[in-house]
Structure formats: structure tokens, C-alpha cells
Design a protein around this ligand. Structure first.
Ligand code: SF4
Length: 450
């Protein structure tokens, strides 16, 4: 696995390498250039250059990643190349199915083969399937993709070398657009881009503008009409148990980057124990969304804050004075919110007086800064550590709850800090830490999570 400089992903994972050119978009194939370079450098995996090769040993790699990743599968190949056997593709899918904590982005130009194999593949929620659409000639790839059972479907219009008017975006969740880069890039017309953006907007499809490209892509950048477009398929606000509609919105133009919340996050050892339950839900009860976020107890529900107020928020957080020393929350067994359509199962924290007091102090201070952003659950505090929710079907919930209501779990959650988190349009990140010291008057701050 390698870190990726591609703007819409984090890492790459290549269980196959090598390919053959199939359409105009392949003309200056980046994978081919890289494969030849790596071959010349003597890299074993690329000893056959750009010839198609299957790498059984690479199948183990995703099991070794410690934290959840967004992964571009086969940046150096095409998983649905005609010479990749279905049995191997199924092995790759099995790895993706068994690692629901990661999001896997698969992209192909062989949309006909994709559809042919579709019914033999297990499409778990964490697999995003895309087809490349570089010009009108290959628009039929969208129709093939639409018919698959992939839960998230996307188009990569890169390199965009022709207009794509009147696309059928039915059932398409995400469109990425980018111009060609390199030594002899084919030009991309701004009107083609604006037309695609307009089509996405009309259909409510997430639009991501990757780059203008050209011989110096850094210089040409990725600003379109004075803005960057970084939307990804809707997947995330729900991670913190709330609908976007529940979040007070001061300004509807604000994006997910303007989203914040405050939470307690247990130390690694306890997180791993809780993640084991989330994994159990993912594997046995087909509910994996909770795996996408750290186990946590929400202290202040998600709220939106304008970019211009970001500094004010950070300052407020760093100057907080919470009159509470470190304490311990006993965790005991499991609880559930029996919401008809959105049931939730959680690890049950004991509501200690220290926890209640600390949460009240945070909310009281927060409301003095942002009085309009107090959510009913901030007032009626019901601490819980979610292990399954958004994609937990009511039927699966009944089955799981029958078992989990009798299940025993005892642990101690040592609370010595709480965290301010901000969304980056793909995931939540800790941006500030408040340390509760043994002597709360000598509190210190750091920005690390052990
Ligand atoms: S399909 Fe992709 S990897 Fe294969 S030759 Fe074309 S651009 Fe390269």
C-alpha cells in the first residue's frame, strides 16, 4: 500500500498490476509510465513492466492497517481486465467485505465485464464502484454501472477530453472531473466542466473538481469559478448519530468542513474492545457504518460554524475552564434506542455525577458563545458509545438486540481529556484537546491522542 497524492483518496492498494489500453482516455496512461519506471528501478512487483499480473500476497495488506482508510484499489491496473479471473476478483471483494472499517474505491473502464460479474460479487457498503468516462463515446459505461448492485456508484471524468452533455445520472452518487496533465496534455474546455457541474447540481449528485491539468498542474490548480469543489458521496454526518437536518444551520452555503462536535474518546485498548463489537455487527448483522468513526461519547452534538468563526471557536476551546478532575466511567453491558427506522445499539456508560457535571459545564460555556447552536440532546444528555446504527436494518436490530440485551460487558473508561473534532468532508479529525488534570487548576493542553 502507498500514500496517494490523488485528491479524492488517501491510499492505493494494487492486488493486480498491468493493463492494456482500451479507449482514448488510456493514451497517456499514468500507470504504464509508472510501471515502466518501477521496472527500471528493479522493483520486484513490476519486474514484468505493464504486463497484467495478479498479486495473491497483496491480499493480506488491508488486514494490517491499524486505522480506517480511504483506499483507491488498483491505481496501477484495471481489476475488471478480461484476463483477471472472476475467482481472483472475488478474493479481492472478500478482503474488502472483511474490512468494513475501510472505504475501497474501485475504478474500471471495463464496465461490460463489471456488469457481467456483478451478481457474483458481494457489494458491501464500503465498496465504491466507479467507471471512467472521458468522452461521449464511452458514455454507455454509465448504463452498465447503473445496473450493478454497488451501494455507491461514481464516475471519473478524467482525463476529460470531450463534452459530456445530457448524462443520465440516475443512481449515480458522485462525479469526479479532471483535466489531463503531463507533457502533451489534451485540453479541457471550461464549458465542458461547467456543464457537468450543472448536471450534478440539478440531480443532487456530489461533484468533485480534481484539477485543470496541463503541463504544470500545480500552477493551473483546481479552482473553478473562484471555488474548489470537494464533495464526496453522502456518508458522514450520520456517523455521529445525527441527521444534518438536526444540526442548527446558520448559513446553508456552509460545507461539511464547517462541522464540529465535542466528544470523549477512549484510549486505544478500550477502543479496540469496542471496535470488536462494531466488527461483529458488520459481519453478522450487515451494519458497518459505526466502524467509520472512533468509539466516542458525544458531549456537544454536531454544530456548524462559519470558517470566519473557526478561530473564535478554537480560542474558546483553548480557554475553557472546566472544574473537573480526571475521573472514571464504568461501562456496563449494552443499551439500545428503539427508534422505529433507525435503531441504535450502544455500549452503556454509567452516568456518573462527574460526567454529568463536566458535560453541563461545557454546554453552559458553549451556549454563551453560540447560543443558537444548542441541540435538545445537549440539554437532555444521554451518554452512549454507539456500536451499530444508521445502516442497521430494523429486522437485523431485532435479531441482534435479542442477543445483545443479555450480553455482558464490563470495562472502565478513564477520562483525562475531551476533544474538539472537525469534519474534513471525508472524515472527522481531532483538532484540539482539553486535558483534565489531576489538579484541574493546572490544566494543560496538547493536541495528541494516545
Ligand atoms: S484502463 Fe486504466 S490502467 Fe488500463 S491502460 Fe487504460 S488508463 Fe491505463
Amino acid at each position: 500500500m502507498a500514500q496517494s497524492s490523488i485528491e479524492w483518496t488517501e491510499m492505493t492498494w494494487n492486488p493486480t498490476t498491468g493493463c492494456d489500453k482500451i479507449s482514448a482516455g488510456c493514451k497517456y496512461c499514468y500507470a504504464e509510465v509508472m510501471a515502466r519506471r518501477l521496472q527500471a528501478m528493479g522493483v520486484e512487483k513490476y519486474k514484468d513492466g505493464f504486463e497484467l499480473r495478479l498479486h495473491e500476497d497483496a491480499l493480506q495488506i488491508p488486514y494490517t492497517w491499524k486505522s480506517s482508510k480511504v483506499v483507491f484499489v488498483n491505481s496501477m491496473s484495471d481489476l475488471f481486465h478480461k484476463d483477471v479471473p472472476l475467482s481472483f476478483i472475488q478474493k479481492v471483494f472478500k478482503v474488502m467485505n472483511e474490512n468494513p472499517q475501510h472505504t475501497f474505491q474501485v475504478l474500471t473502464k471495463r464496465a461490460d465485464i463489471l456488469l457481467k460479474y456483478d451478481k457474483h460479487l458481494n457489494w458491501s457498503h464500503n465498496i465504491w464502484m466507479g467507471v471512467s468516462v472521458e468522452n461521449e463515446k464511452v458514455k454507455s459505461r454509465i448504463d452498465f454501472l447503473r445496473q450493478t448492485h454497488a451501494k455507491v456508484k461514481f464516475l471519473s471524468c478524467e482525463p476529460l477530453i470531450g463534452p459530456l452533455p445530457k448524462m443520465n445520472l440516475e443512481k449515480i452518487d458522485w462525479v469526479i472531473v479532471g483535466g489531463e496533465s503531463g507533457r502533451k496534455p489534451r485540453p479541457m474546455d471550461v464549458d465542458w466542466v461547467l456543464d457537468i457541474q450543472d448536471q450534478c447540481e440539478k440531480k443532487g449528485v456530489a461533484f468533485f473538481f480534481k484539477q485543470w491539468g496541463g503541463t504544470n498542474k500545480k500552477k493551473t490548480g483546481r479552482v473553478l469559478n473562484g471555488k474548489t469543489f470537494d464533495k464526496t458521496p453522502a456518508e458522514d454526518i450520520e456517523e455521529i448519530d445525527f441527521d444534518e437536518k438536526d444540526i442548527p444551520i446558520k448559513d446553508k452555503s456552509m460545507s461539511k468542513e464547517n462541522l464540529y462536535f465535542i466528544a470523549l474518546i477512549p484510549k486505544r485498548e478500550l477502543r479496540e474492545k469496542i471496535n470488536a463489537f462494531k466488527n461483529d455487527f458488520a459481519i453478522r448483522f450487515n451494519s458497518s457504518k459505526a466502524l467509520k468513526v472512533y468509539p466516542h461519547i458525544t458531549l456537544k452534538a454536531p454544530f456548524k460554524c462559519r470558517s470566519t468563526a473557526h478561530g473564535e471557536l478554537i480560542q474558546w476551546f483553548s480557554e475553557l475552564h472546566i472544574r473537573q478532575k480526571q475521573f472514571t466511567i464504568p461501562l456496563k453491558n449494552f443499551g439500545a434506542f428503539h427508534n422505529k427506522n433507525n435503531p441504535v445499539v450502544f455500549v452503556n456508560p454509567t452516568v456518573t455525577k462527574e460526567l454529568q457535571f463536566m458535560q453541563k459545564e461545557i454546554i453552559a460555556s458553549f451556549s454563551s458563545l453560540f447560543p443558537g447552536d444548542i441541540h435538545p440532546v445537549d440539554v437532555e444528555f444521554k451518554p452512549h458509545i454507539t456500536v451499530a446504527y444508521r445502516d442497521l436494518e430494523p429486522e437485523m436490530f431485532s435479531k441482534a438486540w435479542e442477543e445483545y440485551r443479555h450480553k455482558s460487558f464490563n470495562a472502565e473508561f478513564e477520562v483525562d481529556a475531551f476533544y474538539l473534532l472537525q469534519h474534513d468532508t471525508i472524515k472527522w479529525n481531532i483538532i484540539a484537546t482539553y486535558n483534565l488534570s489531576l489538579d484541574f487548576q493546572q490544566k494543560q493542553k496538547s493536541a495528541t491522542l494516545s
